[in-house]
Design a protein around this ligand. Structure first.
Ligand code: ZN
Ligand code: ZN
Length: 270
């Protein structure tokens, strides 16, 4: 994305193609963005998961169906043109980094990369003892992950290690340059408190982002989650982001149109 003021852009928006989203149409999102006086937005639907990967989320609805992806791109390019005098729309995707599936993800990106103008690389899945867990599905699931790893700190460390793998991974020329909702591991921090301030792995993650000249999704959806109540980049992590001068792009992570602009009060951090 162009470097805009945080309050003028939203680089993380889902769509009617999201299997766990709402029925709101693309134009519902676009009109809400225009009403909110945004100048630039990116739709970042979840890229289909690799075919040979079994989605661990109970409804198996983490990614878009591959059969729909060309419709998604086509519809977005049509709307991008239709609204070009009112708002800049980028055609994007959110890519799930899944440890062990790098080749499949790269293949998918190579197949559809020519349609992608902007994108996000996110970690939602953790590989634990050869099984995959969806870290942000529910506090109940999160509790199970804590039990299988031993402690809350171990879950944070596993998440940060997976982020390092994601940042270092070879996903080819279409690999996203923006890391999604850094510190998503705090989604249930009100239920499972942990003081991550002294965690050195997190600083290593931010240093790696800086070294690769990546940027971060300043994802404010955590504020809307009752067990989180903070933007994912917050406090100590925000200090690290500033310390290493990592560029920030605001992301509402909207899964319905009313969430766009719900976070304008967090736009003065730069
Ligand atoms: Zn989603
Ligand atoms: Zn995400």
């Amino acid at each position: 994305m162009n470097k805009l003021l945080l309050s003028e852009s939203d680089g993380h928006i889902h769509s009617p193609y999201c299997p766990h989203g709402s029925d709101d149409t693309f134009e519902d999102y676009i009109n809400k963005a225009i009403d909110t006086r945004l100048k630039e937005i990116t739709f970042t639907e979840h890229l289909p998961l690799p075919k040979n990967f079994i989605d661990p989320s109970p409804q198996q609805d983490s990614g878009m169906e591959e059969g729909l992806i060309l419709d998604y791109f086509n519809e977005l390019y049509r709307l991008k043109d239709k609204y070009k005098n009112k708002i800049k729309i980028n055609v994007g995707i959110e890519v799930d980094y899944i440890e062990g599936y790098e080749d499949e993800i790269k293949e998918m990106l190579n197949k559809y990369g020519k349609y992608i103008e902007d994108s996000i690389l996110s970690v939602h899945m953790l590989k634990i003892k050869d099984k995959y867990c969806c870290m942000d599905y529910s506090s109940l699931e999160f509790g199970k992950i804590i039990n299988s790893l031993g402690s809350i700190k171990d879950v944070y460390n596993k998440y940060y290690e997976t982020l390092k793998l994601a940042i270092n991974s070879d996903l080819g020329e279409y690999k996203p340059k923006r890391i999604g909702h850094l510190n998503l591991v705090r989604k249930y921090n009100k239920v499972f408190p942990y003081d991550y301030k002294g965690n050195e792995l997190l600083e290593e993650v931010v240093m790696l982002i800086n070294k690769n000249k990546y940027e971060v999704d300043f994802n404010v959806s955590g504020i809307r989650k009752e067990d989180c109540k903070e933007p994912y980049i917050h406090d100590h992590l925000l200090d690290l982001i500033k310390k290493y001068n990592v560029p920030i792009v605001l992301g509402s992570d909207s899964h319905c149109s009313r969430d766009i602009g719900s976070t304008q009060e967090y736009t003065s951090i730069k």
